[in-house]
Design a protein around this ligand. Sequence first.
Ligand SMILES: CC(C)(COP(=O)(O)OP(=O)(O)OC[C@H]1O[C@@H](n2cnc3c(N)ncnc32)[C@H](O)[C@@H]1OP(=O)(O)O)[C@@H](O)C(=O)NCCC(=O)NCCS
Length: 149
Amino acid sequence: MGSADTTLGVQIRRLRSEPEFEAALALRHEVFCVEQGVPEAEERDGRDRAGLHLVAVRGDEVLATCRLVFVGATVQFSRLAVRRSARRQGIATAMLRMADAEARMRGASRIVLHAQTYARPLYDKAGYQARGRAFVEADIEHIAMEKML
Ligand SMILES: CC(C)(COP(=O)(O)OP(=O)(O)OC[C@H]1O[C@@H](n2cnc3c(N)ncnc32)[C@H](O)[C@@H]1OP(=O)(O)O)[C@@H](O)C(=O)NCCC(=O)NCCS
């Protein structure tokens, strides 16, 4: 899987360099820790080096990021963050599409995630189904969702 370009000139692809990884981590810090109040220790959970990271870039600016961790035939999808000024333009939707393609290419049969309940329509539209009841994680209400590939 190479990359995908949206109509906005945003390229969605795998991380390519250490500086880009640092930029993705900085964006996560800004979105999850500063904007949403998630403790740094929960945001940086020690699984980043085991994950496949996707980014949305325009020029050399990282506008969005997400992480896929492969566990057998299951992909654990997390850390989806879009820069505030770039939201509601379909970037997260395009990243979910790219995540599907990466997961299929590596032989995974399902993707699971914990959606913040306010963002559930994003995942509903991308073909995810809710599993079980809502729960609180990092002081934020979530619901488990999954998609069979
Ligand atoms: C949630 C988030 C990733 C969405 O990114 P995005 O690029 O703006 O999403 P999209 O433009 O692809 O949105 C697609 C659809 O998802 C739904 N959606 C997106 N943001 C939403 C919001 N804040 N509230 C409710 N529904 C939302 C809408 O149905 C939207 O379609 P519409 O714009 O035609 O109404 C982004 O707001 C973000 O980074 N938020 C902070 C971090 C976060 O909550 N991450 C997700 C953890 S589960």
